[in-house]
Write a protein that binds this ligand. Structure first.
Ligand SMILES: NC(=O)c1ccc[n+]([C@@H]2O[C@H](COP(=O)([O-])OP(=O)(O)OC[C@H]3O[C@@H](n4cnc5c(N)ncnc54)[C@H](O)[C@@H]3O)[C@@H](O)[C@H]2O)c1
Length: 250
């Protein structure tokens, strides 16, 4: 099968682990050059060295919540790749907390990473995307942004906000030939998912929420992201694609 992202230049945030790493790997295997961005320097270096044989890549350390650092980091990524025509916003954090016990500093940090962070990256990437004549942005939201899960008011709200920001951006950026879509994973086997278990919630409880009764693999989300980045999705913008085995049925 021909590569779906030949010579594309793609930035992936949250690329040092989990779904972001799988997205970076899938893009490299599909022929893209990839800039990996993450705030965790050690894991970023480990991931970059593990993926280096797959294609052209560079690594950029940045915290997506820090707007100035994002502007500089996206600029470095575009320079290293020789432009930019794809962005995957995958950096994200979870917050499992009963609403009565809301820690507002943690709430604000979650919004700053999951919602503001993705928008910082979109804004910083705008000029390089326009200079490429267009491109594709994929925001990793969550099934929790479409249908709530217990004890995660902030997380659900951040992801619902990201889904609507995706749709609004799709409307605004179409004139620049930039498509903007969201992918909404369900339970995917990553560090973030495993850390969210406990407090009486087991893997079997989580599986039972899904029609397919299983936990997904990061590579299954990455396959959907690669599709949305590619020309195969040339008429798709403003969509929120659930990749989760049947819970939200969206
Ligand atoms: N795993 C799941 O079940 C699941 C389900 C739905 C949505 N998601 C979403 O998918 C995305 C990736 O999740 P994952 O499960 O791979 O998580 P993960 O914790 O395994 O990996 C997240 C990566 O993002 C990085 N990161 C976190 N905050 C950052 C910041 N401020 N700046 C830059 N990098 C940052 C981390 O260092 C890490 O490398 C998140 O947005 C998450 O909300 C995950």
């Amino acid at each position: 099968m021909p590569a779906r992202l030949p010579d594309r230049k793609i930035l992936v945030t949250g690329a040092a682990a989990g779904i972001g790493r799988a997205c970076a790997e899938a893009a490299l295997r599909e022929g893209a050059a990839v800039a990996l961005a993450d705030q965790d320097r050690r894991r970023l270096e480990e991931t970059a060295s593990a993926l280096t044989t797959l294609g052209a890549l560079s690594a950029v350390e940045m915290d997506v919540a820090a707007q100035g650092a994002v502007a500089a980091g996206v600029g470095r990524a575009a320079e290293a790749l020789g432009g930019l025509d794809g962005v995957v916003n995958c950096a994200g954090i979870d917050l499992h907390q009963p609403f009565e016990a809301t820690d507002w500093a943690a709430w604000r940090r979650l919004m700053a990473v999951n919602l503001d962070g993705a928008m910082h990256v979109c804004q910083a990437a705008l000029e390089p995307l326009k200079a490429s004549g267009g491109g594709a942005i994929v925001n990793i939201a969550s099934g929790a942004g479409l249908k709530p899960i217990p004890d995660r008011v902030a997380y659900c709200a951040s992801k619902a906000g990201l889904i609507m920001a995706t749709k609004a951006l799709a409307m605004d950026l179409a004139k620049h030939r930039i498509r903007v879509n969201a992918v909404c994973p369900g339970a995917i086997d990553t560090d973030l998912f495993r850390q969210s278990l406990g407090d009486g919630v087991s893997i079997e409880d989580v599986k039972s929420r899904y029609a397919m009764q299983r936990i997904g693999a990061a590579s299954e989300v990455a396959a959907a992201v690669a599709f949305l980045l590619s020309e195969e999705a040339s008429l798709i913008t403003g969509s929120a694609l659930a990749v989760e085995g049947g819970r939200v049925f969206h």
